[in-house]
Write a protein that binds this ligand. Structure first.
Ligand code: SF4
Ligand code: SF4
Ligand code: SF4
Length: 893
């Protein structure tokens, strides 16, 4: 778009074509009063404050909805304009509570600003009569209040909920004199479909929507959200050593100022009274407080006798990159073993194993920001709006821009509201669905042959393997109608660029690696990779699960996926670390517990994990932990697994330390210390270094996280150019091999990271899930996430507001299944699998198809993972958390 010349109030100006007069004025520093305008929203023109006059046109015109045109001569002031604005403003004031000094928006209120500019006639105002009755505030939401009596009917909240969030929770109700902002049926906000994101609250121009916490911070610190892998950038407001507010960074390319409910309101856990503040040592079966010296000496003494394969460490997707680096260095260089793993084993191990084989790199190929420009988004096995809410917003934005959305999920998830095609495959049949789609693509000559010939290998063999995936077979196994398979295949292959996203619905299977290979197959087959807004995009779960993998908290690789079995790499690390290292792959997370049970692993060092809740077949984990000689838990809370420990160490939370996290799109971002830690809590890296030094190790004398990053830069080619001074404002995406490299927005643009540079297609066959329903256990249980909780919920369940919004587990079950068993909504049930029993209430819902029930795993009172199956994928060693067989019994039967 070009520029146009306009004149505002006698000033000659240049404005961008397509901009409104209001925007052009604002960009040139000219104030036109307005109340219903927001730069993120489509102009509505309903406040009538921005009236202006244009030479040659009759009457007054609203500036927010009128585009600039060449030669326009605009007046923002005249007697008529003043009269219109003043009259409108007086009418607004008539229905507005006149109690500014007691309002949280006092001095930042847009109505005050407009009033000061336009002016009101107090006498005329005193003669006007309020047309609306006073209405009670809606205080049902635990995080914010809606005070109708201050509402100026600008509609910004309604449009935000529609246009930004795609939730549609609000509208105008009781149209006429008594119009109010209302939920459907004017129910309290908490009982509506509102997701409590607070986006409407931050945009409300007056004090009608305001957060419960109205105190102002004394300072703000820019940092990164601690919850999911999106890695939203946040300004935390701090006052009296507490985080009291969170504000999305509008300049961040990741979240563009937006936050979900957890990101905006989920921080009070940091100051929770149950935070660990002193080291604890178990003496005579009781935990007693100790000094750091006593605890660290004890640990060093015990670890000294458990070196080599008798030792294992669980690192964490919650701690920083620098801390993961230290924990894996300690395990390898001091304890002499590669038995180091973390919870990626339970979520994205197949991503690393699969995508490395097919593409050469096991990470998201493209960037979050690119989703909005995709022509097609294919979401498979990802409940995106619940697990990665801000990526959910990017997808909704893409839809508004005209993208086609394909959703494949066994359950009718929220994203289905935006889907052009919804493929409701049976759990565990993803390979068949994707290969069936690929057969359609090949049969209809929709494959990208140029791309296959020039960039890929193994196409002919792969093509033959598709023969068994006839449409009839595919439809029968997956349960998806043939018509929909064809439609989805055609859209994905032709409406390019197509971006495929997936999450744990793909990975948490006994054939998770095959599932991942199927996703890369379809992208390679159609040439939807190595390009902007395309690619294969595994959405990583926890805030730093990508970083924990990158920094070598895996049993087979050092930092940057450098193989431990490669003698040259081994020699390089031996030289850097001045240590003798093992060239054998270590055991995985899931294998640790088998070896502990057998008595082979004697000591476990667990940093920021909670396997009693997160590990499949959790009863097996309990048995194993009882068998350890020595168990150290390092965490911010005394979690469920800590009960089994010999020593519990208090660690700092994300808000109390510096460092970096790497988000799901490979972006390394700065985390900054906002407050002081409670009691004697210490940084995870400091603790591991102190243990190492007590064991006589050299190379652990770091002064800061930045020091550690310097060492990471030296040993990790993909992180070599990622320096703190380069990521002050915006993170860098790896690979970033040197100080001048700008980082990599999307991977594989010229060649793939595999040896030879080509992408590889893999023939696949259908492998059924290990435990399917039968006569004894007739229902299939799958697992899911809640928007309001995170992982084992040690943080989110300590936030009162989140507990109010979602404080209890429910078994979601289809109405037909409920009817067969005579189950009523909210009735307590006993859910049994071959491994455990859980008592939980029923929620009858069409979200689950017949024969399938679902639970989250956030609630320690109802431990879902005591039911799940630990049958593992032979390549990635991930347990099959997504599929197991259950039976349900009524409590009184
Ligand atoms: S509640 Fe706020 S944002 Fe919503 S219409 Fe009223 S004044 Fe506008
Ligand atoms: S908090 Fe979010 S979901 Fe709820 S009404 Fe406001 S914008 Fe909509
Ligand atoms: S989307 Fe994820 S990173 Fe962003 S605010 Fe929500 S939980 Fe935090």
């Amino acid at each position: 778009m070009g520029n146009v010349k306009i004149n505002i109030d006698g000033l000659d100006l240049v404005a961008k074509e397509g901009k409104s007069i209001l925007e052009a004025a604002q960009e040139n520093g000219i104030y036109i009063p307005n109340l219903c305008h927001h730069p993120d929203l489509i102009p509505s023109g309903n406040c009538r404050m921005c009236v202006i006059e244009i030479e040659g046109r009759r009457g007054q015109i609203i500036a927010c909805k009128t585009p600039v045109e060449e030669g326009m001569n605009i007046r923002t002031e005249s007697q008529d304009i003043s009269l219109i604005r003043q009259t409108t403003l007086e009418l607004i004031h008539t229905n507005h509570t006149q109690d500014c000094t007691n309002c949280s928006k006092n001095n930042t209120c847009q109505l005050q600003e407009v009033t000061a500019f336009v002016g009101v006639d107090e006498e005329r105002l005193s003669r006007l009569r309020r047309t609306k009755p006073f209405i009670d505030k809606d205080e049902s939401n635990p995080f914010f209040v809606l005070d109708h009596n201050k509402c100026i009917m600008c509609g910004i909240c309604i449009r935000t909920c529609d246009e930004v969030q795609g939730v549609f929770a609000l509208d105008y109700g009781y149209r006429g004199f008594n119009t109010i902002v209302s939920t459907y049926g004017n129910r309290p906000i908490k009982e509506s479909v509102c997701e409590s994101c607070g986006e409407c609250v931050v945009r409300c121009p007056v004090g009608a929507l305001y957060p419960n916490e109205t105190k102002l911070p004394t300072r703000e610190i820019k940092s990164v959200c601690v919850y999911c892998g999106v890695g939203c950038n946040i300004f935390f407001g701090v006052r009296d050593n507490k985080i009291i507010s969170a504000r999305g960074d509008r300049d961040s390319i990741v979240n563009k100022g937006r936050l979900c409910v957890k990101g905006r309101f989920g921080y009070s856990f940091v100051n929770h009274p149950e935070r660990l503040t002193k080291p604890l040592i178990k003496k005579n079966g009781e935990f007693v407080e100790s000094s750091w010296d006593e605890a660290l000496d004890l640990i060093a003494n015990k670890f000294k006798n458990a070196k080599g394969e008798k030792f294992a460490a669980l690192s964490s997707a919650k701690i920083t990159n620098e801390e993961n680096y230290i924990v894996q260095k300690f395990t390898r260089a001091v304890m002499g073993t590669n038995n180091i793993d973390h919870c990626a084993r339970l979520c994205h191990a197949p991503t690393v194993a699969g995508l490395v084989q097919s593409l050469g790199s096991g990470a998201m190929t493209n960037s979050i920001d690119e989703f909005t420009n995709a022509s097609t988004i294919f979401s498979i096995g990802s409940n995106t709006t619940a697990a990665h809410p801000i990526i959910g917003l990017h997808i909704k934005e893409a839809k508004r821009r005209g993208a086609k959305i394909i959703v494949a999920n066994p359950k009718e998830i929220d994203l289905c509201r935006f889907a052009d095609v919804f493929l409701q495959q049976k759990p565990g049949t993803d390979v068949v669905l994707l290969m069936g789609m690929m057969k359609v693509i090949v049969d209809e000559n929709l494959a990208d042959l140029d791309f296959l010939n020039s960039r890929c290998e193994n196409f002919e063999e792969f093509k033959k393997s598709l023969e068994i995936f006839e449409l009839d077979t595919t439809a029968k196994i997956t349960g998806v109608p043939k018509k929909k398979i064809i439609e989805a295949a055609r859209i994905y292959a032709t409406n390019k660029p197509s971006s495929l996203i997936y999450a744990m619905g793909i990975t948490q299977h006994s054939h998770g690696t095959d599932n991942v290979l199927a996703t890369s197959n379809i992208a390679l087959l159609t040439g939807n990779i190595g390009k902007e807004s395309a690619g294969v995009n595994p959405l990583r779960g926890q805030n730093n699960v990508q970083g924990a993998c990158d920094l070598g908290a895996l049993p087979n690789v050092y930092t940057g996926y450098q193989k431990v079995s490669n003698p040259e790499i081994q020699a390089k690390f031996e030289s850097h670390w001045s240590a003798k290292l093992s060239g054998d792959d270590g055991l995985t997370h899931t294998e640790f517990f088998d070896q502990i049970e057998k008595g082979e692993i004697k000591a476990l060092y667990q940093v920021g994990e909670n396997p009693i809740i997160s590990e499949a077949d959790a009863n097996h984990v309990k048995k194993a932990l009882d068998n350890l000689d020595f168990f150290v838990v390092q965490d911010i809370f005394f979690n469920e697994t800590a009960h089994y420990a010999d020593v519990v160490l208090p660690a700092t939370s994300f808000a109390e330390k510096d460092g970096t996290f790497t988000n799901t799109e490979r972006r390394v971002q700065r985390l900054r210390k906002a407050i002081n830690p409670p009691g004697e809590a210490k940084d995870d890296w400091w603790i591991a270094c102190e243990i190492a030094k007590r064991l006589g190790a050299k190379g652990f004398d770091f002064e800061s996280s930045e020091d550690i990053m310097d060492e990471i830069n030296r040993v990790t080619p993909s992180y070599a150019g990622i320096k703190y001074n380069r990521i002050e404002n915006e993170g860098l995406q790896w690979p970033c091999p040197d100080d001048d490299h700008p980082g990599t927005k999307f991977l594989h643009s010229e060649k793939f990271a595999r040896a030879g540079g080509k992408g590889k297609l893999f023939p696949l066959v259908y492998k059924a899930s290990i435990e399917l329903p039968d006569n004894e256990y007739p229902l299939l249980l799958t697992t899911d996430r809640s928007l309001y909780h995170y992982h084992t919920a040690t943080m989110t369940r300590r936030i009162e507001g989140l507990e109010i919004l979602d404080g209890e587990e429910f078994l979601r079950i289809n109405p037909a299944d409920a009817e067969k068993m005579g189950i009523n909504d909210e009735e307590y049930l006993t859910v049994k699998s071959r491994r455990g029993t859980v008592k939980v209430k029923a929620k009858i819902t069409n979200i689950c198809p017949e024969g399938i029930a679902s639970l989250t795993f956030h609630f320690h009172e109802t431990r879902t993972n005591e039911l799940t199956n630990c049958a593992i994928d032979p390549v990635a060693k991930i347990p099959e958390t997504k599929v197991c067989a259950i039976k349900i019994e009524k409590m009184n039967s």
